[in-house]
Each structure stands twice: as C-alpha cells, then as structure tokens.
Design a protein around this ligand. Sequence first.
Ligand code: PEP
Length: 251
Amino acid sequence: MRKPVIAGNWKLYKTKDEALALIEELAPLVAGVTNVEIVVAPVFTVIPTLVGALSGTGISLAAQDVFWEEEGAYTGEVSPRMLLDAGASHVIIGHSERRQYFGETDGTVNRKIKAALKGALVPIFCIGETLNSREAGETFKVLERQLKGGLEGLSETQFAPVIIAYEPVWAIGTGKVATDEQAQEAHAFIRGVVAELYGKNAADKVRILYGGSVKPENVKGLMSCPDIDGALVGGASLKGSSFASIVRFGE
Ligand code: PEP
C-alpha cells in the first residue's frame, strides 16, 4: 500500500508571520490525520521559523529548490546540507516554474535530485508537459524524456525515496484541472517508465502525486484513480481550511 502524500507548494508567498498564522490555522484542522503524509513548502527564509510550530503536528517541511553543491563560491544558492540544517526533510525539484523562468533542464534537475538524496532529503521530482506538447500528441514523449533525464545514473536503491509529481504545465495555477482520466493515463504511463527503469517492485512502491489546480472539490475524484497517490497543491495550500479539506480527501 502506498501512503498518500499531500504537499503544499507555497511558492513566493507568506512571510514569517503569515506562515505561522497559516500553520496555526492548519495544524488543528489536520490533527489526528495519520493515514496521509502532509508536507508544506515555504520559501527558504521561513523554513527555520516553522520548525517549532510544526513540532508534534506530523507535518513535514520541504524547500522549493536546492543547489547541487554542498558549499563553495556559489552566490545565492542553498545546499542540501543547509536545508537539512534549517529543518527541511523534503525538497521540490524541477518545478515547471523553475524550468520555465530559471532555465532548469533535465540535466540540472538530475544533479539536484542526486545531491538531495546524498544529503538525506526526499526529492519531490516534478515533471509535466506544456499545452503545446499535449496538443502535438507528445505528452508521453516529454514525460519519458523528463523522467529518464532526471533519474539518469540513479540506482534502484538510490531511487527508492523519490516522490514523483506529475504536473501538466497547462493545469498549474490556471484553474484548468486535468480530468481524472487524463491524470490517471499519465500516472500509469509514469509508473510504467519507472518499472522499465527499476522493475515492478520499485514501480509499485513509488508515490506519484498529481499537481495542477487541485482543490477540495476535485481531489476526491483524482485520488480515486489507482495510480494517483497524492497531490502537490499550489493556490489551495495557501489557506488552512482548503488545504485541510484536501488532506482529508478520504473523509
Ligand atoms: C504547483 O505550484 O505545483 C501547483 C500545482 O499550483 P496550483 O495548485 O495553484 O495549480
């Protein structure tokens, strides 16, 4: 059985005080939830602030990006070691906004995944096709390229902790959610590529999250699909009540 993961990507929102207020609202609403892994990803500067507030809540902390070197002359970067030191246990890697605005490629994503794993962080590895790719009938081709590129050189053992997030770019922040059928089809394909790379056992175990305009109203349908193991949530994670409803999708 794969334990579902519901992760909130707060993007470039929430100062320290705003983040603390959000956790104060969220924590009681998800208290007692043990059948779902809950993760929140604030901006770097807020991670240490939330460590105390999250203690005992069962909610884990993720960063939204990481660099691949441990230390050195790399102005502006943050390493896995420093994220762990700050209190993060997970890190989002290869989000489409990073690919689109910050020049991330399958190659840089691969270096970051390897560095995160070496630094004992759980990568939440994002992939997803653009609208152009989907309309050109290239969804599977893009997903396969991103998966194989991002995971290149990783052994089955190294791959084991990785969480994959399928986020069709056209559904992120647009209000246009993929249909349950579209999402399930992509997730099944992704699981198939993992089976090809690492075998059936690894494919059966890997958690594949859906991301793209997930809301309390659509999460149930998505989560009823056999290959969807959770959600990476942007906009709806910025309010305690909506994120808690998503976490409690099964109730
Ligand atoms: C995201 O940022 O990963 C995301 C899926 O955003 P939204 O839920 O707002 O579409």
